[in-house]
Every structure is written in structure tokens, then in C-alpha cells.
Design a protein around this ligand. Sequence first.
Ligand code: ADP
Ligand code: ADP
Length: 228
Amino acid sequence: AAIIEIENLSKQYRGGTKALNDVSLTIEEGEIIALLGPNGAGKTTLISIICGLVVPTGGAVRVGGHDIATDWRAARRLIGLVPQEIALEPFETVMNSVRFTRGLYGEGSDDAWIGQVLRSLALWDKRDTPTKELSGGMKRRVLIAKALAHRPKVLFLDEPTAGVDVALRREMWQVVEQLRRDGVTIILTTHYLEEAEEMADRIGVIDRGRLLLIKPTAELMGEFGKKT
Ligand code: ADP
Ligand code: ADP
């Protein structure tokens, strides 16, 4: 079933920049989609609109059938966002950092679920460690755990490997593979073709606010192969 339906979405910022131009896209439950495009293409704007952080100037988005314009709260409950910036409470333990996020969504804490998330992300042994003592890769995994705390159906990863070294990039790829096994629908942005190829079921290419194409990864890579 479709979990995200995007119809003719457009966004013009106040300064006049047209960040998105008539983007339509349907994402099925359980899919991993990579949005590939250069800096300034409109990737973050697209994610921010779906997550309710930016208001579009045209078009519509439904998450789990809930229109974000009229039913934002219901839509938002289904979504977890891992932002680009690492922002954690340095003195808080891993467990409490994740618990605190869940509290923001107004639900009672569910330590059994949080424990499951921490195990899945290989953070269980660090649950009582203050976040400032974690490696960069572990901090990124804590951000993912925070975004999963309220049991979203869809997880957005905005440039999950921007500015990280090769080893950390591979670690992130493995985390996404684990989330796939857990059945989470994932939408990630990247400007590395290799990264999109490694993780995604389908790759969408965005440039200057337009979704130029969206195709199954194998099909797209086959076409790249033919051209070279
Ligand atoms: P990407 O994530 O692909 O790098 P963005 O969605 O961040 O692209 O940006 C798309 C375009 O919109 C860029 O030209 C950017 O400068 C512009 N833009 C992004 N955010 C804002 C904003 N808050 N106000 C004005 N222009 C913005
Ligand atoms: P803090 O570092 O104070 O715990 P958060 O990480 O909870 O801050 O929140 C940072 C931003 O990310 C907020 O604007 C919030 O809307 C967003 N955010 C945090 N957690 C989630 C989540 N699980 N799903 C979607 N958005 C989230």
C-alpha cells in the first residue's frame, strides 16, 4: 500500500527561489528510496514539507492517507526525521536521550520498545553512557533511535553520511540494511550515486526543484552502464 503520496508539489521561498517545481511521487510501505541530487536541488525542502516543517506553495502530501495540510498531527505521528545536524544533550545517557524524544510526542515512555530500537542499532551496551562519550557513528545512531522512539512507519534520513569518512559511511549503510529488515520505510537524501545504489530500492534524481526521474535501482544502474 502507498504510505506517502506527493502530488504536484511546489515550493517558492519568499526570496523568490523556486526550490520545488511540480513534484509527484508515490512511496510504498517498506520501500527504501534515495533522493539523489546536487546541493541546492531541493532535497531538504521536499523532506521538510513532508515532515510538516515547511509549508508548500502548491500541491498536496498525504502520509498514511492523512493530508498534511488538514490532518498534520496524524501524519506527523507516522514520521521520524533524522536531521543533518548532530544535536544531542551531552550529559544525558543514551537511554534518557531516546526517552526524552518520545516524551515530546506526548506518549508514555515504552522502555521495551526503546530497548528493541537500541539493540537493533547496536547501542544497547551504551544505554547508560552519556552521549558526549560516544563516537561520531554512535551519535548518529542515537539520532536514529530518537527518531524511531514513537514507532514511526516512515524514517527520513537527510544526508546521513554527509561529512563522514568511508568507514562511517559503510556503518550507516549497515544500519539502513538493519532497518530494512525491521520493515521501516526509509527516504534518504544523498549526493553520492554509490550511496543511493548501495541502499535504495528506487532512486529519484532531483535537480533544480524537479524530479527528473524515479526508477528501480537495478534499472537505473543498467542504463548508466549502457551509456558509458
Ligand atoms: P538540497 O537539500 O538539495 O541541497 P534545498 O532544499 O536545501 O536543497 O534548497 C533548494 C533551494 O532552495 C536552494 O536554492 C536553496 O538556496 C533554497 N532555499 C532552501 N531553504 C531556503 C529558505 N529557508 N529560504 C530561501 N531559500 C531557501
Ligand atoms: P532535543 O535535542 O532537544 O532532544 P530533538 O532531537 O527532540 O531535540 O528535536 C530536534 C528537532 O527534530 C525538533 O524540531 C523536532 O521537531 C524534530 N524531531 C525530533 N525527534 C523527531 C522524531 N522522532 N520525528 C520527527 N521529528 C523529530
